[in-house]
Design a protein around this ligand. Structure first.
Ligand code: AMP
Length: 512
């Protein structure tokens, strides 16, 4: 039986101590906003700011100087007053090379640097220093860490961090590295849709058997995931999405409309660009309550109606439907097989989105939880499971992209296929093509295309010291071990001699 402590000096009941050490926190590291949550009295709870109001920490970082950095709400106004030193949407650059983001460079008001080394990590120049997206994301994580430590009055150093299900290995690794830089031991990287299901408690009852579609339209990314939940097992049947589609694009549609309508000259005027961006977002948000919007920018009245807005962004919403169709196809399911549709991400507040998705799935939507908080709440549930407080639950994810190695003629030989459940071990035997061959290069790729040149290279290594044998005699086993975070270990072993080498496929973008 629980004992209630009494303060003998005052005769009052003492506050019951919640064990604060060893808390594992759940973090939603978002494009627009980030949140931190934890289990409080058995309930996932988001941590709010010092006035207990806002749980969202805008994912914005402002550099006053290299040593003076502001993160979150206070950095927002700096988007206008000091755009070059104010970073937004850094998640879009995680694990990306300059080539990956070149086409989108104009949307950033800060300097995205091309160091002219193919496939090297993109860098951001702030004043006279260069930063990686990992370092910048770490600033956001540090802020979240400080926030929860203040609330708990205790140090926190273990976390679960969520990522879009569509994130590739490089992006997952970058997220993990950002956690490490922020002083967090990242126990698990969890797919955002998996976390969302956990937040809704779906599957926590072992009797539940459901097929769920998680529609997640955030600030910068769109994910659709089809999950099968059975006997406490969460299995991601398929994922699809677009890492460059989100609320930002809806804002941009309004922004570009006003620029054209009023001939705003935004060239070399980063402050005006940002002002338009923020006004466009305000307009978009207002349409959940009102039918018209009006504001003044640079002395010019900018207007928009909800009807106009919905016409402008119709094609963006339709693009999400294409992804939904592809995910259903990959899962070999039809719309009738979906039992529940879960809405996640701030952008699902839009009436046009809700109407279109409800009609497509022919279902009433699950949107009772705050769509901004769902993922962080689910991350806290996952953290609690890892802490051993919910032993019955298993989580099974799938790898969103195929993994394989390069073979003769630059062909991709897939070893772990897309949508395979992880963790998984898989292997295949190869041999040499030349007499007396001593070395074998193993180049690992991720992607669906037949030619490795069209896929993404994760890394390569050379198995050395193969004893001299005729071509075709050595038995070289290439073995892949993909863990629950989607991070890959590759082992090459010549089975006759036992010569072997194991390499963790840290993406080319990881920190060493
Ligand atoms: P998230 O990445 O989930 O935090 O999503 C943030 C996105 O949701 C941003 O693009 C916001 O502009 C958008 N958002 C928040 N509230 C609303 C709203 N009422 N209507 C439309 N979009 C919204």
């Amino acid at each position: 039986m629980a004992k209630i402590p009494i303060d003998l000096t005052k005769g009052a009941l003492k506050e019951v101590e919640v064990p604060k050490e060893n808390v594992i926190i759940g973090i939603d590291l978002g494009t627009t906003n980030s949140l931190v949550a934890y289990m409080l009295d058995g309930k996932p709870t988001v941590v709010t700011d010092h006035v207990g109001k806002n749980a969202l920490v805008p994912s914005i970082i402002h550099f006053e100087s290299a040593d003076s950095v502001i993160v979150g709400q206070d950095a927002i106004e700096k988007l206008i007053t000091d755009p070059e030193n104010t970073i937004f949407s850094i998640k879009r650059l995680m694990g990306k090379s300059y080539q990956d983001v070149e086409d989108y460079k104009r949307f950033f008001s800060y300097q995205v640097i091309d160091n002219e080394v193919e496939d090297s990590l993109v860098k951001i120049r702030i004043k006279d220093k260069f930063y990686t997206p990992i370092e910048l994301s770490a600033k956001i994580l540090e802020q979240l860490k400080r926030r929860i430590e203040k609330t708990l009055g205790a140090e926190v150093n273990r976390a679960v961090i969520t990522v879009p299900a569509y994130f590739n290995d490089a992006q997952r690794q970058a997220t993990r590295d950002a956690g490490k830089l922020a002083g967090l031991d990242v126990l698990r990287i969890v797919n955002e849709p998996t976390a969302a299901s956990l937040a809704y408690g779906i599957g926590l009852d072992a009797e539940d058997t459901k097929t769920v579609a998680v529609y997640d339209l955030g600030g910068g990314t769109f994910d659709i995931s089809i999950l099968k939940i059975e006997h406490g097992i969460f299995e991601v049947l398929a994922t699809n999405g677009d890492t460059f589609l989100g609320g930002d694009d809806f804002d941009r549609a309004i922004q570009e409309y006003w620029i054209e309508e009023h001939n705003f000259d935004t060239d070399n005027n980063a402050a005006l660009t940002q002002e338009l961006r923020l006004a466009a977002e305000a307009a978009k948000k207002s349409f959940t309550k009102k039918a018209t919007f009006e504001t003044t920018i640079n002395g010019i009245i900018c207007k928009m109606t909800k009807v106009q807005f919905e016409r402008l962004v119709e094609s963006l919403v339709q693009r999400t439907l294409s992804s939904c169709k592809n995910a259903l196809k990959d899962a070999e399911l039809s719309i009738e097989d979906i039992d529940e549709v879960i809405m996640v991400g701030g952008s699902t507040r839009m009436d046009l989105v809700q109407g279109t998705i409800s009609k497509f799935f022919n279902k009433k939507l699950n949107n009772t939880l705050n769509p901004d908080e769902v993922v962080a709440l689910g991350a806290a549930v996952q953290a609690d499971i890892l802490a051993g407080n919910n032993k019955d639950i298993l989580l099974i994810d799938v790898t969103p992209l195929s993994l394989g190695i390069e073979t003769v003629g630059g062909l991709m030989d897939t070893i772990i296929a897309r949508n395979t459940k992880v963790p998984i071990k898989a292997g295949r035997q190869y041999t040499t093509s030349v007499d007396g061959q001593k070395n074998l290069k193993v180049a690992v790729y991720q992607g669906e295309r037949d030619l490795v040149a069209d896929n993404r290279k994760l890394g390569e290594f050379v198995l050395r010291g193969i004893p001299s044998m005729a071509a075709g005699i050595p038995k070289i086993e290439i073995h892949f071990l993909l863990n629950a975070d989607g991070i890959l270990k590759v082992r090459a072993k010549e089975l006759r001699s036992g010569v072997e080498q194991t390499v963790e496929m840290r993406s080319p973008y990881g920190i060493s």
